[in-house]
Design a protein around this ligand. Structure first.
Ligand SMILES: [Zn+2]
Length: 215
């Protein structure tokens, strides 16, 4: 999935990622929301309220400006549109925000454990995990707190709720969500075995590996 050149391509990618996210069990059909913007654009497309991510059509997307005004598409964007808006405001480099409800990431965090990065993929795609305490969904507080964490992390867990992952394009943001959930699942299994400490080797940083390209 390459970076989209037109809004139509971005919409096609959102439709595909919505289907994959449900297929992979990262969200139940009508939960979660996705958005994308073209590089430097002052508006973004975001899934509309009540849409099922595995059945998206271009008509299920709203066009919202960075000021929060709906200027096209479906009249009512997702109730969590502010999460996307605030994230774009603090991260000019971000072209897509993927908000899903991955089970293990939410569970491990809720149990008070850190999601550990154990494989090269986790280290390269997730890199680090931010967390936000539980705050009501759709609130300014949640949107602002998540955006604040996104200044430092590409993957943020929203406690007792879900995650927000970002990237330059929809595919990268989704790949981060997939790897975050895989890391959380691995952490969960490690905890079941009584392991509290294993991590990816600290002396081999993801940045170093990125010089050789993604694994
Ligand atoms: Zn949510």
């Amino acid at each position: 999935m390459r970076a989209p050149r037109t809004r139509g391509e971005a919409v096609d990618q959102l439709v595909e990622v919505g289907r994959l996210a449900v297929e992979r069990g990262l969200v139940l059909a009508s939960g979660g929301n996705l958005s994308a913007r073209l590089p430097g654009a002052a508006e973004f497309v975001v899934t509309a309220a009540g849409t099922w991510l595995d059945r998206l059509t271009p008509a299920d997307l709203s066009v919202v400006t960075l000021d929060g005004e709906v200027v096209g598409g479906a009249a009512r964007p997702s109730s969590e549109w502010k999460l996307h808006q605030r994230t774009y405001l603090v991260r000019p480099d971000v072209g897509a925000v993927v908000h899903l409800h991955p089970q293990h990431a939410v569970l491990v965090d809720a149990l008070g454990h850190r999601i550990r990065l154990l494989t090269l993929d986790h280290a390269v795609y997730v890199r680090s995990v931010g967390t936000v305490q539980f705050l009501p969904n759709g609130s300014d507080e949640l949107a602002d707190a998540a955006a604040e964490q996104t200044r430092e992390h590409d993957c943020v867990v929203l406690s007792h709720h879900g995650c927000s992952t970002v990237g330059p394009d929809v595919g990268t943001a989704f790949r981060r969500a997939l790897n975050l959930e895989e890391a959380a699942t691995a952490t969960y299994r490690a905890l079941l075995l009584g392991d509290m400490t294993t991590d990816f080797p600290a002396d081999f940083t993801a940045d170093a590996d990125l010089r050789h390209g993604p694994p």
